[in-house]
Design a protein around this ligand. Structure first.
Ligand SMILES: [Zn+2]
Length: 137
């Protein structure tokens, strides 16, 4: 099961690549900008998250994926780095192969010429390893 903090981080990473959040099955589509202010999530991000929270993640999903935020918060799911691009992606915990990464429809990705998405420094979680790998690359 992905923690709330990891789901927030997952969204923050993809927002930095321009992936949008679909709310209420498409009634609203959000892309908070900026995602971060200094070392913290931006107010825009927090407002976006408040809507996800209010809907309990139901019918909310990241553009290009077919799993909802509430499924990410359910026991079968977790978040791991993508084998191709190191971005956090949702996986089913049963040991099945990773699902499609949203990177599959991004052209020219991974692209080392672009700023690599980063987590807010204040975040502490098991994606720290991922963060370190990104910082070292
Ligand atoms: Zn990927």
């Amino acid at each position: 099961m992905a923690s709330t903090e990891n789901v927030r981080l997952y969204l923050a990473y993809w927002f930095q690549l321009g992936k949008r959040l679909v709310l209420d099955n498409g009634k609203e589509i959000l892309l908070p900008k900026p995602v971060m202010e200094g070392n913290y999530y931006s107010q825009q991000f927090e407002e976006c998250w408040a809507k996800v929270d209010q809907a309990e993640g139901k019918n909310c999903y990241l553009e290009g994926t077919d799993y909802t935020i509430d499924s990410l918060l359910s026991p079968r799911w977790d978040i791991h780095p993508c084998a191709r691009c190191d971005m956090p992606i949702a996986t089913v915990e049963s040991g099945l192969p990773s699902l499609l990464c949203p990177c599959s429809d991004l052209m020219y990705w991974p692209n080392l010429d672009l700023p690599i998405p980063r987590p807010p420094v204040s975040t502490k979680n098991h994606l720290t390893r991922l963060k370190n790998r990104l910082n070292n690359s």
